[in-house]
Design a protein around this ligand. Structure first.
Ligand SMILES: C[S@@+](CC[C@H](N)C(=O)[O-])C[C@H]1O[C@@H](n2cnc3c(N)ncnc32)[C@H](O)[C@@H]1O
Length: 239
């Protein structure tokens, strides 16, 4: 069999929120690359897919330092991209898993930029975190002629404000460490009653807040925290 690389979005956390295609492919892999948050640490993506793997699938966890200087990060991406290419050239079935969808705010995209579009690559979409949150919190994302923006809270404040002013619905990702900033924007734009914050959606520690105005700005939020703001939908307590 010719070697192949599958970049697999594995959904937001619950292991039954991965696609049937991803589950089938996971059951055919020789090697699986799983990103881990810390060096030598556990991989959440790996814990999601473990039940679908064959006993002989080799697992390689890899750490992508987020806070490292640019040159160090580039060196890691170069190295992992090269390893993936080499494994495929050896005729292996190789998987690279990524939380949510692979094409949305994912380290996978840095590897893709190095690999190009070879015919041995297949990208399998996954359920994004915000799709799961919309369903769990019962907050629609957009309908009819409405617009939806997906923003990272690492963006400059002025860009976040512009998105909140312009679009009917805004997904604010990477809220960790930036709750105070978002709260001041929501207060200024009078959007508190349209906002919902969800952490660890579909995981055992899932939490949902609908009164963001009552949360201390220094609340200890998990890294996996996202806010949805839908201007044409009131969050539950305000209904
Ligand atoms: C590096 S991005 C990964 C996004 C992912 N590729 C996706 O499709 O959703 C990490 C951000 O995704 C969001 N996120 C991922 N999983 C989540 C979950 N289970 N619950 C809440 N937010 C989540 C958080 O905003 C977090 O800061």
């Amino acid at each position: 069999m010719n070697g192949k690389l599958y970049a697999l979005g594995v959904g937001p956390g619950a292991s039954d929120l991965i696609t049937v295609r991803a589950a089938r492919l996971l059951g055919q892999l020789d090697v699986l690359y799983a990103p881990a948050g810390r060096k030598g640490g556990d991989s959440l993506a790996l814990s999601i897919v473990r039940e679908y793997l064959l006993p002989h699938t080799e697992i390689r966890t890899c750490h992508f330092p987020m806070s490292a200087e640019e040159g160090e990060k580039q060196a890691v991406w170069d190295d992992v991209a090269q390893q993936l290419r080499q494994e495929v050239e050896q005729g292996k079935q190789v998987g690279f898993i990524t939380l949510g969808d692979a094409m949305l705010f994912s380290t996978w995209v840095f590897l893709l930029a190095r690999l190009g579009r070879p015919e041995w690559l297949e990208i399998v979409p996954g359920v994004t975190s915000f799709a799961a949150i919309a369903a769990r919190a019962v907050v629609p994302l957009a309908m009819e002629s409405q617009s939806l923006a997906v923003m990272s809270c690492t963006a400059p404040e002025a860009e976040l404000e512009q998105a909140l002013l312009t679009h009917d619905c805004v997904v604010l990702m990477k809220v960790y460490g930036r709750l105070g900033l978002v709260q001041s924007l929501l207060a200024r734009l009078q959007l508190f009653e349209h906002a919902v914050l969800m952490a660890e959606a579909s995981l055992p520690g899932e939490q949902c807040w609908r009164r963001l105005d009552q949360m201390p700005s220094d609340s200890a939020l998990p890294y996996f925290s996202t806010i949805l703001v839908n201007k044409s939908w009131l969050s539950e307590e305000s209904l």
